[in-house]
Design a binder for this molecule. Structure first.
Ligand SMILES: [Fe+2]
Length: 269
């Protein structure tokens, strides 16, 4: 198995590339529009064929590159049916299996951060990709997108924590430079969802969070419900991570008369 982990510094989004070494078939989990060129370059350098872009959920803080990859490379966009992404090619149900070469990922429904969150399990390698359901020493917020604290508690405690303690957990974000944790570690040290916490404790903790309105949600969610911004042009390959993708998103938004284009570019609030 070929495995790479990437970070988008702007949003602290972690993206994962997995590929079968012999057939060179690959999947990307939670791609980021602005990092399209980075990931495309590595796919080409490693001689990989991208079969699927997989989403752990409909993101509120960044736009997926899924549609760009679909249009340029012929990959298929896959997301849980519960996420409501009608432009997806594949809508997963709990227990579905993604195959690329001899490698497999199992789809495990883990709602609570959003109604359509899934965790992708790679049992052969003892790895799981939790999206924002379980972060390192934390979890995703539960106050938007059909968020439900009791459902998240159930997903983490009864699904993710049912995996072997040594299972490596790869989250959708980390804001402190951490890259990986384990089931055993989170059971002991997660301050919200560790085994010393009850469901009532957890609900009380998230009720007290008093978080700010998500800065990009009004742009990112509608775009991600279309697998990324469908009208965005495919950028020309470069050897550097391309700021032009973000610019092109803003120019498409401006052409559509959207006042939030400058917010997307970081010039607004
Ligand atoms: Fe999220």
């Amino acid at each position: 198995m070929i495995f790479r982990q990437f970070i988008d510094p702007e949003t602290s989004t972690l993206t994962y590339l997995l590929a079968d070494e012999s057939t060179r078939e690959a999947v990307l989990i939670d791609s980021v529009l602005e990092q399209f060129d980075r990931d495309r370059t590595l796919l080409r350098e490693l001689d990989l064929t991208l079969r699927y872009t997989l989403e752990t959920h409909v993101h509120a803080d960044h736009i997926t590159a899924a549609d760009l990859f679909r249009r340029e490379q012929g990959s298929r966009v896959a997301v849980s049916a519960a996420a409501g992404v009608k432009a997806a090619d594949i809508e997963f149900e709990d227990g579905d299996v993604v195959r690329f070469g001899s490698a497999t990922l199992e789809v495990c429904s883990t709602p609570g951060h959003t109604g359509g969150c899934v965790t992708y399990l790679c049992r052969e390698q003892g790895m799981a990709f939790t999206g924002d359901a379980l972060l390192i020493r934390g979890c995703g917020r539960t106050d938007f997108q059909q968020g439900d604290a009791a459902a998240l508690f159930d997903s983490v405690r009864n699904k993710i924590f049912s995996l072997p303690d040594e299972t490596l957990l790869f989250p959708g974000h980390d804001y402190k430079g951490r890259m990986v944790t384990t089931v055993g570690e989170e059971k002991r040290f997660n301050p919200r969802l560790g085994l010393d916490k009850s469901e009532a404790d957890f609900v009380a903790i998230v009720d007290r969070l008093d978080l700010a309105y998500p800065k990009r949600i009004d742009v990112a969610v509608p775009a991600n419900l279309e697998c990324g911004l469908l009208a965005a042009p495919i950028p020309a390959p470069t050897s550097q991570p391309s700021p032009s993708t973000a610019s092109s998103v803003a120019s498409v938004m401006e052409a559509q008369g959207r006042q939030d284009a400058e917010i997307w570019m970081g010039m607004g609030i």
